[in-house]
Design a protein around this ligand. Structure first.
Ligand code: ATR
Length: 287
């Protein structure tokens, strides 16, 4: 009997920044699975051709990163989460069909559940900063978990308005110029902008008006403790960081490709954290 060595990859351009190989190869080692997870640097114009030969190259599936997330959506059969976000980060074969999802939704929610259990018990209002693809995943996740009102504030207001149009009346547009005023009602504050990321300006926001039970989440993971999370911790608030989201979003792909649902452990977290501050630390965050 021939046993095929299972393989998956992350496809991007550039792709060197991706921490996905570190995460998946750790899990392969941890569970003793004879498999491999590689980087595939594929230019935009070559992406469709690469996808058409994905199975022939021996891949059970793939992660997709910048700039291919929308193209992957068009070239596969997206599930409900991918359709809500309009972008795909995980592909797998179901027979001959190439199916896809967006695991940022569960990555965000599972990390929140792990970091601030029962966060959704009393989360009537959430304030989401930013209106890109990451915001779409976060908003979809929050609405799916019963948050009554999601206020979206973005530097470019028209992008927040577009989210309201696509998600409906439970999404409202907040005022980017008066963020402090939006804080008083928020049980949950989520930064999905690039502010606070290494090399980017910090998010200038005084958290004094947030309630004492509010939770603060950031999807930036370089650095792991962003100035926003540091300010929240200093106020004694519960926090959920972007590194946790990165690790949790990887779980589903691994399970689909390698047949084992992996655990997000403190050992894995320490490994990736060391990579973020080690000699390779100047690699930027892939979004
Ligand atoms: P992604 O799809 O990963 O979410 P994106 O679409 O590039 O990435 O979104 C980046 C987010 O960070 C946007 O909300 C962007 O605001 P604009 O829509 O106004 O561009 C926000 N952002 C980036 N730099 C910013 C800055 N200096 N000040 C305020 N917001 C910023």
């Amino acid at each position: 009997m021939t046993v095929t060595r299972r393989a998956a990859c992350v496809i991007g351009w550039p792709v060197e920044h991706s921490r996905s190989p570190l995460i998946h190869n750790y899990w392969l080692w941890r569970y003793g699975i004879d498999g491999e997870y590689r980087r595939e640097a594929v230019r935009q114009q070559d992406f469709a051709g690469f996808i058409a030969t994905l199975a022939a190259r021996g891949y059970a599936g793939a992660n997709v990163t910048v700039p291919h997330k929308e193209a992957a959506f068009a070239l596969s059969q997206p599930d409900e989460r991918a359709r809500a976000v309009g972008a795909v980060n995980t592909l797998w074969f179901d027979g001959d069909a190439l199916r896809s999802t967006n695991t940022d939704v569960e990555g965000f929610l599972d990390n929140l559940d792990a970091s601030a259990p029962h966060w959704d018990r009393d989360a009537a209002t959430a304030l989401v900063l930013g209106a890109g693809g990451a915001a779409r995943a976060v908003i979809h996740g929050l609405l799916s978990r019963g948050v009554e009102r999601v206020v979206v504030a973005n530097r470019t207001a028209s992008r927040a308005e577009a989210l309201r149009t696509s998600f409906g009346a439970r999404v409202q547009v907040g005022d980017w110029a008066r963020l402090e005023a939006e804080l008083a009602d928020a049980a949950l504050l989520v930064n999905t902008t690039t502010l606070g990321m290494q090399g980017q300006p910090a998010l200038e926001l005084d958290l004094a008006r947030l309630g004492g039970h509010a939770i603060v989440a950031d999807i930036v993971y370089v650095p792991v403790v962003t100035p926003l999370l540091a300010a929240a911790k200093a106020r004694g608030l519960a926090t959920a960081d972007g590194l946790g989201m990165l690790l949790h979003q990887a779980v589903r792909g691994f399970a689909l490709w390698f047949g084992k649902t992996p655990e997000v452990t403190s050992q894995l977290r320490a490994l990736v954290e060391a990579d973020l501050i080690g000699p390779q630390a100047n690699r930027p965050q892939t979004r």
